[in-house]
Design a protein around this ligand. Structure first.
Ligand code: AMP
Length: 223
């Protein structure tokens, strides 16, 4: 079977992180979530973190050259793995072009782009209930996915917090950025016959099931 190189695409709050974590477990592939990588860089005070912080706080995208370097390093490190899952990258057409060039350089190609579709209204409702763990970034929701103990991560016991960029005014900006800069990737990947749409309004188990069956179809097609 060829490498399973996958992209999760969708607006903020569409469930990419939740589905990415599940896929990572199911497929045992390296999982690169650029939002998580950048938040870790901000926390550690690295050069990338310092460059990214002000953009993230406003809900703007960080400049392409910052994030492209980060992801290229990760993919080169992944080396001989059987594939990868990208979540939150690419987010602009220049990023997608840079990814294509990097994969060509590595002699690899994308297998599928999975677009998780959710309306803006539903996203705002979801994000205001979202809580993340302060250590490992594990994701919970006050309505859909409560932790066993309020305010505490089931996995590592750390405190659950509201991400700065999950505040309502920042969420509205993130959605604007998505429509303006990221949604052109839908036709970009449609043209390459890589785009697969999944209804992201279903509950997380159903969404996971749709993604699983889609991936098994891909694997069958590839023989
Ligand atoms: P996320 O957790 O994926 O919603 O990302 C949080 C924030 O990180 C975004 O609002 C951006 O500021 C930044 N970010 C993450 N991935 C990218 C990317 N591919 N390009 C530019 N900015 C990004």
């Amino acid at each position: 079977m060829p490498d399973l190189n996958l992209i999760l695409l969708g607006p903020p709050g569409s469930g990419k992180g939740t589905q990415g974590e599940r896929l990572q477990e199911d497929l045992e592939l390296p999982y690169y979530a650029t939002g998580d990588i950048l938040r870790a860089a901000v926390k550690a005070g690295t050069e990338v973190g310092l460059a990214a912080r002000e953009y993230m706080d406003r809900g703007d995208l960080v400049p392409d050259e910052v994030i492209i370097g980060v992801i290229a390093d990760q993919l080169e490190e992944a080396g001989a793995d059987r594939g990868f899952i990208l979540d939150g990258f690419p987010r602009t057409v220049p990023q997608a072009e840079a990814l294509d060039a990097e994969l060509t350089k590595l002699g690899r190609q994308l297998e599928a782009v999975i677009l998780i579709e959710v309306s803006d209204e539903e996203i705002i409702r979801r994000i205001t209930g979202r809580r993340v763990c302060s250590e490992g970034g594990h994701i919970y929701h006050l309505d859909f996915n409560r932790p066993e103990t309020d305010g505490i991560c089931d996995i590592d016991g750390s405190e659950l917090i509201v991400r700065d960029d999950d505040r309502p005014e920042v969420v509205r900006n993130r959605l604007e950025q998505y429509h303006e800069k990221t949604s052109p990737l839908v036709s970009y990947y449609e043209k390459q016959a890589l785009l697969n749409r999944v209804d992201g309004t279903a509950d997380p188990d159903q969404v996971a099931e749709s993604i699983r069956s889609l991936i098994s179809t891909l694997s069958l097609e590839e023989g």
